[in-house]
Design a protein around this ligand. Structure first.
Ligand code: SF4
Ligand code: SF4
Length: 228
């Protein structure tokens, strides 16, 4: 399928899912969204984090905001370093799970999902989207677990990669890891930097595939040598 067709398809799916989210919220049945999320968690073991890149309403509203910030030349800061820690990621998830348990035990209806949407939007407004996707989003943290086992994921075929770094530059989740050659390696083989996609952190948004000049990023079956 052509990249432009996939992009249109992706936008259509995102808009439909956002509309569904709004309808469920207005009709006070937002908890039904969790069925969709639960199904996505299971399917992530096969296809990767498609929920994040195609379904999540938070990402759908963040995307035009990031685009607008770029157009207006507004800065996209990575966020304070104390937030960009693994402990924060798991801490946020723990608080989120506790909150959900409390809501269930007390039988109350708290707008957890809409509140996260507003928080995600604010995070992307003040900082770069990656702070949210990589460290703050509890749904993303949950999905990063089955994603480590996903049967298919985006892979950079190293033989055609020219180390231009475009993929890492556009990635909204900092999911492209860069390995720099050591000084001796660099002198011996003129070895270039190696770019690899982390299947645990990749949102399957396909932004990297769209900008890659050598078309070397493919949605491949998992091989043992691939990055987790
Ligand atoms: S690696 Fe590519 S598909 Fe995955 S989140 Fe980054 S830009 Fe999107
Ligand atoms: S954009 Fe493509 S060619 Fe450039 S570093 Fe990424 S995978 Fe390699």
């Amino acid at each position: 399928m052509k990249k432009s067709t996939v992009k249109i398809l992706q936008i259509v799916v995102e808009v439909i899912m956002l509309a569904l989210f709004i309808v469920l919220f207005i009709s006070k049945r937002i908890q039904l969204w969790m069925i969709l999320f639960g199904g996505s968690v299971l399917l992530t073991t096969l296809f990767g984090r498609f929920y994040c890149g195609w379904i999540c309403p938070i990402r759908t509203v963040q995307r035009p905001l990031t685009w607008l910030k770029k157009k207006l030349h507004l800065p996209s800061r990575p966020g304070p370093s104390f937030l960009r820690r693994t402990a924060v990621r798991w801490g946020v998830l723990a608080v989120f799970v506790l909150l959900l348990i409390m809501v269930q035990v007390r039988g109350r209806q708290l707008p957890v999902l809409p509140a996260l949407l507003v928080l995600g939007l604010l995070t992307a407004l003040i900082f770069s989207e990656s702070l949210w996707h990589r460290w703050l989003c509890p749904y993303g943290t949950i999905l990063s677990l089955p994603a480590r086992l996903s049967r298919r994921h985006l892979t950079i075929r190293q033989e055609k990669c020219i180390s231009c770094g475009q993929c890492a530059k556009v990635c909204p989740a900092m999911a492209v890891d860069v390995t720099r050659p050591t000084e001796s390696e660099g002198q011996k083989n003129q070895k270039k930097r190696t770019y690899q996609i982390s299947r645990a952190n990749c949102l399957l948004c396909l932004d990297c595939q769209r900008v890659c000049p050598t078309d070397t990023i493919k949605y491949d079956p998992h091989h043992k040598s691939d990055k987790a």
